[in-house]
Write a protein that binds this ligand. Structure first.
Ligand code: NAD
Ligand code: TYD
Length: 359
């Protein structure tokens, strides 16, 4: 570990968190402490490339374990906490919201308590430098009509799924700890990410996995639901920028300027796979597209207005949807072992629970 104070990342063995940790180690001299409970979504294999790197320290544990978090804070004295730890899959939240309430609401509360206590005990210079950055989602704003303007930082919170409601609750707690106790917080609300290490329960990695396996590419409902897509490393760079230059107490919307209907996302993906790994029978992977029963309460459209990030922090995404998707497909084609390992065991039970009744 370097002499400079490190950052504490929570949930750094998950999809975005591990990309952030790897990116941090590549780009920064200061160290990173990584606290992750290693749920089904956390995977130390994501961090294998830095397992011997002295800039990275991994600790297995929960953000809800206040004693543990307090010990970590007093031992390592981080200059910032970046909170990725969460339950993150909407469909799982529909099947059973309890883990979402425990981690996203109660866990964030315990984390805030431990961090506020640490920050209060810091010396004046440490207190002034310290930041708590909470990573959230555009889903807290609810669903947009086709022609409505994109979400801004002033849009109303109207969460519709147990996942987005639990994230909204955590955002409100973060806001309250700033207003009530003065904790120097920053909140980011980002659109749908995609890229390496994405667990194959979410649309893009699921469809890559199923396409190569020769099974159905399941499209919920009519497939005309719209999401804004951002390549994960663009998100990681945005978070570093907010950490460095964001104004305390502020919220920043982060997006990819890439609104797409789900069916078009999957068709684009099929075209890239047709080029890179053609099917043995010469047909397109799009022949595997299968419309299935819709997600209950399915939000129709998300769109992010990231003008504040651009104007105040000079951040814009570097990848287009096509360039990011090509990189993503390349990563999955080169990492079939990773996919094999994460799709063994409990993964099959989840697939049966979510898709068994939809066909
Ligand atoms: P993920 O499900 O891939 O990873 C979550 C990580 O948190 C896992 O490593 C898991 O082990 C860990 N974790 C869960 N409960 C924990 C606990 N109690 N204590 C410590 N660690 C715990 O999620 P992701 O897609 O990487 O999302 C990370 C964050 O970004 C989440 O807060 C999510 O709401 C937010 N976000 C995600 C997206 C997206 O498209 N994936 C978009 C916007 C915002
Ligand atoms: P997902 O990747 O689960 O992210 P989120 O629900 O957080 O936006 O889903 C992206 C979109 O794809 C969403 O509109 C639901 C849809 N979807 C399908 O059509 N089929 C699937 O099998 C999955 C997992 C998602």
């Amino acid at each position: 570990m370097s002499a400079k104070p490190p950052v504490l990342v929570t949930g750094g063995a998950g999809f975005i968190g591990s990309n952030f940790v790897l990116d941090w180690v590549r780009n920064r001299d200061d160290g990173v402490i990584n606290l992750d409970a290693l749920t089904y979504a956390g995977n130390l294999e994501n961090l294998a490339g830095i397992s011997a790197n002295p800039k990275h320290t991994f600790i297995k544990g929960s953000i809800g374990d206040r004693e543990l978090v307090r010990d970590i804070l007093t031992k390592y004295r981080p200059k910032a906490v970046v909170n990725f730890a969460a339950e993150s899959h909407v469909d799982r939240s529909i099947h059973d919201p309890s883990a979402f309430i425990q981690t996203n609401v109660v866990g964030t509360y315990h984390l805030l308590e431990a961090v506020a206590e640490y920050w209060n005990d810091c010396e004046a210079d440490e207190r002034a430098e310290f930041r708590f950055l909470h990573v959230s989602t555009d889903e807290v704003y609810g669903s947009l009509d086709e022609n409505s303007p994109a979400f801004t930082e002033d849009s109303r919170y109207e969460p519709n799924s147990p996942y987005s409601a639990s994230k909204a609750a955590s955002d409100h707690l973060v806001r309250a700890y700033h207003h009530t106790y003065g904790l120097p917080t920053l909140t980011t609300n980002c659109s749908n990410n995609y890229g390496p290490y994405h667990f194959p329960e979410k649309l893009i990695p699921l469809c890559i996995h199923n396409a190569l396996k020769g099974t159905a590419l399941p499209i919920y409902g009519d497939g005309r639901q719209i999401r804004d897509w951002l390549y994960v490393l663009d998100h990681c760079r945005a978070i570093r920028r907010v950490l460095d230059a964001g104004q305390v107490g502020q919220t920043y919307n982060i997006g990819g300027r890439a609104e797409m209907a789900n069916i078009d996302v999957v068709k684009t993906l099929c075209r890239i796979l047709d080029e890179r790994r053609p099917r043995a029978d010469g047909k397109s992977y799009s022949a595997q597209i299968t419309f299935v029963a819709d997600r209950p309460g399915h939000d129709r459209r998300y769109a992010i207005d990231a003008a504040k990030m651009e104007r105040e922090l000079g951040w814009t995404p570097e990848e287009t949807f096509i360039s990011g998707l090509r990189k993503t497909v390349e990563w999955y084609l080169n990492n079939e072992n990773w996919v094999r390992n994460v799709t063994s065991g409990n993964y099959r039970n989840w697939m049966e629970a979510n898709y068994g009744a939809r066909q």
